[in-house]
Design a protein around this ligand. Structure first.
Ligand SMILES: Nc1ncnc2c1ncn2[C@@H]1O[C@H](COP(=O)(O)OP(=O)(O)OP(=O)(O)O)[C@@H](O)[C@H]1O
Ligand SMILES: [Mg+2]
Length: 338
């Protein structure tokens, strides 16, 4: 196993209390595997990504859990006694980029505005690997070909790139050191669908060749359907359902998953009205008691309001955190949300 996150709890301290952004999340990833992480805005996806790559901001506290990457306990390396992250850790710096790299949400703002883009990529390679300047430059050019940016743009500055080009440059940077794990946070939102498909296909080829694992975070269920073998659905700081992509789409066992899938148009199926899950995701300062989805769930029962649902195993590896998963599986329909 490459990555094991166990019961990770990350809270942010704010003036009025604590934001329970990630509350007891467990995920696992094998070498070379792709996991899709989906869920509505503000459910804690980016927080989980930062919790894995140890890039949390200074008001974040890790209140519990473990992050084991390639046999190493990352939290032990980076956490102070009070749950905050150390500002700098030598050992962790070696892991970042080289072993775990990240394509940031809003990647376009992550490039240094006063340095030529190609130089930024070459510099990252030179910092971590014993190669000559010329070799680093060659690698940067190969990466440009891979993500489909004309190589003659390599010496331009970020402001001379379009949004989609910047996003592709960040993808190139994340892949530059052949990391064991890439965490891609909304990696293709600024790209048109054709370019998005091309890049996702290329990244997948590269993944197969290099046995690179990937966590792909997205609102767009069609992106995970194309890229991920397994999916974790998040709701209000917790995992609500996890399983293979097929299980999540075809053997859905959580009302939230059903509503989420129903809110996207189907490319192949007949035209239908889209579901909208009524209400808004709850405040994570005072999350609802019991099942966090209960205030919006059309199947709600009394027990849901008070008791946190345990993970029910539907089949090995397919787990639903719904009290009534066994009764509802096969009967769930996004129609109830319309
Ligand atoms: N530095 C911070 N301080 C306080 N609260 C934060 C901080 N960063 C995020 N949050 C809050 O934590 C919760 C989870 O945020 P997060 O960015 O992880 O969500 P997300 O699932 O990535 O959302 P999106 O899909 O919009 O990117 C939100 O309620 C957000 O407002
Ligand atoms: Mg996010």
């Amino acid at each position: 196993m490459l990555l094991e996150v166990q019961d990770l709890v990350v809270h942010y301290k704010i003036k009025t209390g604590w934001v329970h952004a990630t509350d007891g999340v467990s995920i696992q990833l094998d070498k070379g595997e792709t996991l899709g992480l989906v869920g509505e805005s503000a459910c804690g996806k980016t927080t989980l990504a930062y919790g894995i790559s140890q890039l949390l901001p200074s008001n974040a506290y890790i209140k519990g859990g473990r992050v084991i990457f390639d046999g190493k306990n990352l939290l032990k390396m980076t956490m102070k006694k009070d749950g905050r992250l150390k500002e700098y850790d030598n050992e962790l710096n070696k892991i970042r980029w080289k072993e775990i790299s990240m394509i940031f949400q809003g990647a376009m703002n992550a490039l240094n505005p006063v340095q030529r883009v190609g130089d930024q990529i070459a510099e990252a390679i030179l910092f971590h690997e014993r190669v000559t300047k010329q070799q680093a430059r060659q690698r940067a050019e190969q990466l440009y070909n891979l993500v489909g940016i004309p190589v003659d743009r390599i010496d331009h500055f970020p402001h001379e790139y379009s949004g989609g080009m910047k996003q592709r440059a960040m993808i190139a940077m994340a892949l530059a050191l052949n990391p064991k794990l890439v965490i891609a946070d909304e990696p293709t939102t600024a790209l048109d669908v054709i370019t998005q498909n091309k890049i996702l296909t290329k990244v997948r080829e590269l993944q197969d060749r290099l046995e690179m694992a990937m966590i792909i975070i997205t609102h767009d269920v069609s992106v995970v359907a194309k890229t991920a073998k397994r999916i974790a659905v998040m709701y209000a700081g917790q995992i609500s359902e996890t399983g293979t992509t097929r299980e999540i789409f075809k053997e859905t066992a959580h009302p939230y998953t059903s509503g989420l899938l129903g809110s996207f148009p189907s490319i192949k199926g007949k035209v239908r009205r889209l579901a909208t899950i009524k209400g808004n995701p709850p405040s994570l300062v005072e999350p609802p008691t019991g099942c966090r989805f209960h205030p919006r769930c059309p199947y709600v029962q009394d027990i849901c309001k008070t008791q946190n649902p345990p993970g029910l195993t539907m089949s090995p590896g397919h787990i639903s955190f719904c009290h009534f998963a066994k009764d509802l599986q096969g009967k769930l329909s996004p129609e109830v949300f319309i």
